[in-house]
Design a protein around this ligand. Sequence first.
Ligand code: FUC
Length: 795
Amino acid sequence: MPNEKLVPVSAIVCSFFSLCLFASCGHISAREADPLPLKLWYDQPAADWNEALPVGNGRLGAMVFGRIGLERIQVNEESLWGGSNVNNNNPGASENLPEIRRLILDGDIPKAKILAEEHLLGDPWVDNSYRTLGDIFIDFGHDDTTAVTAYHRELDLRKGVASVSYETPQGVYAYEMFSSAPDDVMVLHMTTTAPDGFQNTTIALTRVEHTFVDAMSGGLTMIGRIIDDEASGHGPAGAHMRFASRLEVSGYDGILTQNSNTLVLNGGHSATLLFSAATNYDLPSMDFDRGIDPHQRSMDLVAKASEYSYQELKSRHVDDHLPIMDRVTIDLGGHERDSIPTGRRLSELQQGASDPALKALYFQFGRYLLMGSSRAPGVLPANLQGIWNEHIWAPWGSDYHVNINIQMNYWPANVTNLDETVSPLGDFMSAITVPGAVTARDMYGAGGWAMHHTTDVFGKTGVMDGIHWGMFPLGGAWMMFPLYRHYEYTLDTDWLLNRAYPVMRGSAEFILDFLVEDDEGRLVTVPSYSPENSYILPETGEEYRITYGPTMDIQIIRELFGYILDVADNTGEEDAFLDRLRSALERLPEVRIGANGTIMEWIEDYDEAEPGHRHISHLLGLHPGTHITRDTPEMFEAARRTIERRFEHGGGHTGWSMAWIINFYARLLDAEAAHHHFRLLLEQSTLPNLFDTHPPFQIDGNFGGTAAVAEMLLQSHLGYIQLLPALPEAWSTGRVTGLKARGNFEIDIAWEEQQLTEVRVISHSGRPLTLEYNGQRVEQETTTGEILIFGPGLR
Ligand code: FUC
């Protein structure tokens, strides 16, 4: 608990602060203000999945449609995957690697590509998908669904509750649903005021494949097993993961009938459905485990939850969820539009309406989605769709792409005060080091561990999807950024030394062994690529991706080695490994500016096959990296030019790409460009339920957009805290509370007419604090738990 004693930085600050508290003016610290309602709401049922509303507890997710008559609730369990644990390292890799390297370094790219396809590409070829668990259907048995009035559907982000209500000639029907982390079940509570209560309300649980559903003991039980057949061409055939789910009716005051695979309610005015599910997936082994009984697990979870009344379950859920959401509040003004249904509001924004409050809602929705897809009771990190997926074969398998996407998922985690969401990522990356060590050894003859551009829950670390997409041996090294960042924000040394550091060090060990000398004596990565752009090979005019020493690799290595050396500085550790890191750093190629004034994407100044490409990998040093800053003015300017060139050729066309661009502009301290592109993210790449669209739905853009808002208001990557570094005119008056800065500081900021009026800092670490605002700086010693308040001009 922070020490609530206010430390008077100056008498003026204190009197300013107390004045504001009572005057309830724009300066007021939001900690004392009433929380704003945070709701997505609609006056119509969801027409399709992209209009349905998500609930999630990190493991169990649902999309609530709010359909009248026949309601659909699509459900997920985070680990339900097709496929199996397969070693997909090409057995011919290490034998052919020297020749492939020689060809690349000699410039014979066409031949190198042919050999790489033969000997580096994953073997066996495997790809599979995260899969839907199925649907709950509730047929309310209405005679006439057109006679409905007063329809309302909403998602309350603070409470984590989706609800639907409408009136029929018989009475009001209403229900609410949430996914509870403390009880690890999903709960749906429905009521009616119809005098005769529910009439023939039929509940079904379905899934299109590999499942049977039985009604038994007052509930529905689904038992399933994934079967992959030979014909699918997606990897080894066989009966794979087992899964189960259980739906029970509890606290019901009418007559429950059980048919062969449905439940029917007659009479009674309220009923609670409890739902849970499980698979026999085991994260530490990245495999399924015959000893786990998913049926028993889901039965047990539901049985345990049924000991509580609905109100108790709801309180337990809200008491857990709301304080986490409320750690951060944001007010950018413009709340008059809160009374417009969210879908309409978004289309009005798309037609030019100004709506800062919708942007604040989008920011909070990103936090809500990260909480819902990446925390206990779940064990897996958020995938390309978080945990929400209606498909058997999802786009890109709804997997774990690590050439931008899963990294982006975690950009908002610490800065928006959701430290616990990083934990599943830490566990996942620790588990990946086991197959990753086999890949490092068998493909590259290297120590440490490596993975390429994508993986799945079974931890495949060989090259997937083809050489053109997958030749990215530094995917794992980039994934070390969120692990180290978690330490930078929390200063949790247990996390650093016992979880992050061993994984980071293994990644660096791989890199040291993987680097080879080119004919200029530089150390380069080979083979590799710049995700996922092609260059024109000058000699032939053909397009290739496979290359050596692409700029992104060099920037990744500088960051990762820098983290490890920082840790060594703090722990005083010294060993030969650290010396190897230091000398390798000195021999890396320089990041250079090309003839057209942009940062060179490759080690040669090639023309890009797609100059407007969605990946802008060579700006990693600007964001999320830390090497391109206003202190490197030429690079800073070249970075801006690089983005402009992408736009001149149609860039920024996917949701996540636009989200990255907003972060770039925030780091370039260009408030108006950041804001303009945030608008474009909402205009072009946002679905009616505020999900990001690639297209189709992909959650990374939500997380990247959320991180970008934080980045506009607060940055701390340079060793000090920049306040309102990219505050746009459109957000001229506002406040934010509870953002986190590196060094374990918690920050509230209020501003008016684009000028900082108040900043309040809680020092959780007791470390020295440096704040910067508009060219002014203040440096201050702090003690743990101290609260510091500064007014305009940081006085
Ligand atoms: C990367 C991107 C694609 C897509 C996929 C899931 O490979 O290039 O645009 O987002 O991940």
